[in-house]
Design a protein around this ligand. Structure first.
Ligand code: HEM
Length: 445
């Protein structure tokens, strides 16, 4: 008997989805999947938070070989994201192999001590009481310095590093300006109306890109990277024969990826800042690591289970993208649904991480859920899985833990206990600034 396979069920109209997003913000993602099911069509794209389909999409080569059209479109539209995320085929392989050694656990572990010492040194220079108008800006600043060393092999205190980090940060803020961002959920009249502003912004970004080319050239000419034997992206790509423009693309792109860490760390400090007893609990646990001046590496993670559970919960609660685009390489049959080859698919990461079918009280930020909970397969994928997973995972985890450790051991932070709403874009950013007070802990003489 031949089973009749149905088409993918229809989802909301753009108007309905955007209305919901403006009213319900990020909750929209779960509301939509409750209303239309775990798989639905939206403007020709299939939206899914079905773990079995996600597993196939992430793990089977046929679906991972070719990038989604969304990446190809962005690749053409934005002048400088020609980095790994947007590539496929040989050029992706070649670039991946060149930068991959920088991201291995042993290489990242080498930098844990630096992360600890440098953060400690920066916070030591702060006043006893600090009022930060926007916590995110503070995190961006601290992390950008770390990246100069860990990623690019530069001493963050030198002029070359300061200029590079200032330019990359400036570019990123520019790209994330809500007035010109196009990464909304669906193409609407509003998106099209933004195009003139977007094009004007592109012209100014191109100038920044030319400046970035010059900076990369100056860094290579200065010879500072040769003196420093550590692995770094700039030397790696240069030695592999990539052009200055291509190295600049990758440096800027990797900084963009690093920004995921700025976002999750800001969310982490926000959660700690409104929950003093959670801060105290983690601080007590982290005190046992005070004997480790070389920083925490993956080897030490088992000694600090509460802090690790906290990190897992941050990555669940605040995924770095609302959805991830993929394209089916061949037909997929799942139950009654037939997904044709070449179908654009959005893996609704936020809905997956917040769906009540997979999580008990999903809207409670609760690190303790990780004590006994093993989420069902492919329901928790902050870094994805399979051949196109996040290559920065080890760096992100070590950076996250060392940042939280220094932050908690050096002081007490407080933020207002009010909900943190996200601007309704695919790559989430905060709708409002997060005010934060950081009081340094008195030093025991
Ligand atoms: C909390 C921190 C981070 C999270 C949760 C995260 C998550 C992700 C996710 C979900 C993707 C897949 C995106 C897609 O295919 O559309 C990705 C890709 C990627 N991430 Fe991360 N990321 C983080 C930090 C970093 C850092 C620190 C770096 C390195 C600087 C990095 C480098 C990359 C790169 C290069 C890719 C593209 C890989 C490829 O397509 O081959 N990420 N990340």
């Amino acid at each position: 008997m031949i089973l009749k396979k149905t088409q993918i069920p229809k989802g909301p109209t753009v108007k309905q989805a955007q209305q919901l997003l403006s009213e319900k913000k990020e909750d929209t993602w779960v509301i939509l999947t409750k209303q239309y099911g775990k798989n639905f069509l939206y403007q020709g794209t299939m939206v899914t938070c079905d773990p079995e389909i996600i597993e196939m999409l992430l793990m089977e080569r046929s679906h991972t070989r070719k990038r989604s059209i969304v990446y190809r479109y962005l690749y053409k539209l934005i002048p400088l994201p020609h980095g790994l995320l947007f590539l496929d085929g040989n050029i992706w392989q070649q670039k991946l192999q060149t930068v991959m050694p920088v991201f291995t656990r042993p290489n990242i572990s080498q930098y844990a001590g630096f992360m600890h010492q440098y953060l400690f040194q920066m916070i030591s220079g702060w006043d006893q009481v600090n009022q930060f108008a926007d916590l995110y800006n503070t995190v961006v600043k601290l992390n950008a310095s770390l990246l100069m060393k860990v990623g690019f092999g530069l001493n963050p205190d030198t002029l070359l590093a300061k200029e590079l980090s200032a330019l990359l940060v400036d570019y990123k803020y520019d790209l994330m300006d809500n007035r010109t961002r196009l990464d909304e959920f669906g193409l609407s009249k509003k998106t099209i109306g933004k195009l003139p502003k977007f094009i004007r912004a592109e012209i100014s970004r191109k100038k920044k890109i030319r400046l970035l080319h010059k900076q990369i050239q100056s860094i290579l000419d200065s010879g500072v990277l040769e003196k420093n034997n550590g692995l770094n992206w700039i030397s790696g790509l240069h030695k592999a024969g990539f052009s200055i423009a291509s190295i600049a693309n990758e440096v800027n792109h990797l900084y963009g990826a690093y920004n995921a860490l700025d976002y999750t760390l800001t969310c982490a400090i926000y959660e700690l800042g409104k929950n003093v007893s959670l801060q105290e609990k983690l601080r007590n646990e982290l005190r046992i690591t005070e004997q480790l001046p070389m920083g925490i590496t993956h080897k030490e993670f088992e000694k600090i289970p509460d802090t690790i559970h906290f990190m897992q919960e941050v990555f669940r609660f605040y995924p770095v993208s609302m959805g991830i685009s993929r394209r089916s390489g061949e037909e997929i049959i799942r139950g009654d649904i037939r997904i044709p080859a070449g179908q654009e698919i959005l893996i609704a990461l936020y809905a997956l991480h917040h769906h009540p079918d997979y999580w008990e009280d999903p809207e409670d930020f609760n690190p303790e859920r990780w004590v006994a909970h093993q989420p069902p397969a492919f329901t928790y994928i902050p870094f994805l899985k399979g051949p196109r997973h996040c290559i920065g995972r080890h760096l992100a985890e070590v950076n996250f833990i060392n940042f939280i450790r220094v932050w908690l051991l050096e002081g007490i932070a407080q933020v207002a206990d009010e909900p943190l709403h996200l601007a309704p874009f695919m790559i989430p950013r905060f709708e409002k600034s997060i005010h934060c007070t950081f009081k340094k802990s008195p030093k025991v003489k």
